[in-house]
Design a protein around this ligand. Structure first.
Ligand SMILES: N[C@@H](CCC(=O)N[C@@H](CS)C(=O)NCC(=O)O)C(=O)O
Length: 226
């Protein structure tokens, strides 16, 4: 069971998030790695509404996840995945083209897919009904579809992006889950199946369950006059 209160590795997440974000907070990516590899970690759960006063000294953008590994401290979930893979020698091929492929797809998830997806998410989730959002939506959908098509073409009929299951798949499946939840994978059944394959892994399910178990409604913002 990777969650262990005395583990050397500490992953910071939240103690509550709004329902739309539950199961999607990016500490899932680090938890998923630990579950896949049996690497023990302890949780540090902070408030999303009321972060520690010096939080930006740990995460310059005031976000999660943050990872502590003994004396080492990292932010950015992609850097965290890379650190954990290098530390354990797992989920990242050691050398050669296989390693290059996994690194390329790791960065592609963060750099070439997630930002394009985030634009549509901003439209659909945070600005729905606003005029600028209605005007921008078709182009944002088209841009994301192009990225999906490219990933689907590269994946072809393979199970995972870079040979064996790797940190590239943790990153890409985590990103594409949000595409799936926005119902934008309809034209790409192979990508929908890829997301399903990743989401069916016991380690992923455990990571989600553990994130959800950490949420406590007592930490939700209190509504005035409630
Ligand atoms: N690029 C960062 C993004 C981190 C991020 O967006 N964190 C979100 C949760 S998934 C967050 O903390 N949002 C709350 C906030 O910005 O205050 C990473 O991959 O670690």
């Amino acid at each position: 069971m990777p969650i262990a209160p005395d583990a050397a590795i500490e992953i910071t997440g939240y103690n509550w998030v709004p329902p739309f974000a539950a199961g999607f907070v990016r500490d899932i990516r680090a938890r998923w790695f630990c579950e896949e590899t049996g690497l023990p970690y302890r949780e540090r759960l902070i408030s999303v509404m009321d972060k520690p006063a010096d939080w930006r000294s740990e995460q310059p953008f005031g976000q999660v996840p943050v990872l502590r590994d003994g004396d080492i401290h990292l932010f950015e979930s992609g850097a965290i995945l890379l650190h954990l893979a290098e530390k354990t020698g797992k989920l990242l091929p050691a050398a050669g083209q296989a390693r290059a492929d996994a690194l390329s797809w790791l960065f592609a998830a963060y750099n070439s897919v997630e930002p394009v997806q985030n634009e549509l998410a901003a439209i659909e989730m945070f600005s729905a009904g606003e005029q600028w959002a209605d005007l921008r939506r078709p182009e944002a959908r088209k841009n994301l579809d192009r990225r999906h098509r490219a990933v689907a073409a590269a994946l072809g009929s393979r199970e995972w992006l870079a040979g064996a299951f790797s940190i590239a798949d943790i990153a890409m499946v985590s990103v594409l889950r949000s595409s799936a939840s926005m119902e934008t994978l309809g034209d790409h059944p192979s990508l929908a199946a890829y997301v399903q394959r990743g989401s069916d892994r016991p380690a992923f399910r455990q990571a989600v369950a553990d994130q959800l178990a950490g949420f406590d409604d007592r930490f939700a913002p209190q509504m005035e006059n409630a």
